[in-house]
Design a protein around this ligand. Sequence first.
Ligand code: DCP
Ligand code: MG
Length: 366
Amino acid sequence: QISEAEVALFSVSSYACQRRTTLDNHNSNLTDALSLLAENAELSNEDGRGVAFRRAAALLKALPTQVISMSQLRGLPCLGEHSLRVIKDVLENGVSSEVESTKQSKRYKALKILTGIFGVGAKTADRWIREGIYNLEQLRDSGQTLNRAQKAGLEHYDDLNEPVTKAEADAIGEIVQKAVNSVLPGSEVALTGGFRRGKLTGHDVDFLITHPEEGKEVGLMPKVVAWLESQGFLLYQKTTRNSYLESKDGPARPASNMDRFERCFSIFKLTKRKEQETASHKIWRAVRVDLVVSPISQFAFAVLGWTGSKLFERELRRWAGHEKNMSLSSHALFDNTQNKYLRATSEEEIFAYLGLEYIPPSERNA
Ligand code: DCP
Ligand code: MG
């Protein structure tokens, strides 16, 4: 066994937004186990448990070396009793019995398959499971009424469950840039989400669109969508206003400055390059793309809010609220003590307002 003196001891901040988390994860054996339990909790509408597992996984992702002994974890934040039990199991037995039994469970397998359909969330999947629907075949046979998103999701199921590559994200970026330039020259497009953090694959591609002159972005989304549609790039699209208010993450944010937020959930038809063509001879594939339009005055907040990771965002908002008496959203930062909005034109300024060291996107992979 390893003696106390031989193990590396870590010192780690308790909020994920105070830490640098790269994609270089030395503890994937542990974080994979905790992430699966987090996912299972989220799919079962147990958000509290989900966040606890996510926080524990994020802490381990930030450690500089591999954990080999429980004693190395002494004094570290974010590790609850349940997470420690899972970690101990993996360190001692190579696997966690709870993770293994979850993976094998009929319910988890069905939740994964059903929520793999674009437009199907945990609640819908749970209802279907209670009606005896565990897979796509049973869903098709059940005669369930599907909405437009779910129909598209089912139709493009395999494509949408195939990870999107950076090359595909860049190809879509060029199309979006062209669309935006055609309908409003001078507009700017920024790649956000996981690809901005340096991830090599993602489940979708996220873009933020703005124009350097405040107000010019009004009415931009319908024009961009119409252009994309006319060129045959869209298999599905739904544009919503103020969708962030309805998001399940976090409390409701100040509504006053949100009236111009527009989001388009879409499925792109991306033509494959020659070498990517498969045996099926299908020359295109479906890719999930999110487009968001932001006025330039909110752009820094929107970029910060849409870069992720989801846990990093959650922790930023928790830090702002609990430690600074401020409310952070993808639109603005409100100081509840001074009772005023704090303007910012860069992410660096926002971190400074929050009293946090600046963390670049590549180190927000919590
Ligand atoms: N986001 C958020 N709240 C929402 C929607 C999005 O905080 N309701 C933020 C956090 C995410 C980012 O936007 O990191 C993009 O959302 P994704 O679900 O696309 O997440 P990623 O891009 O990080 O992951 P993936 O690589 O799987 O696409
Ligand atoms: Mg994404």
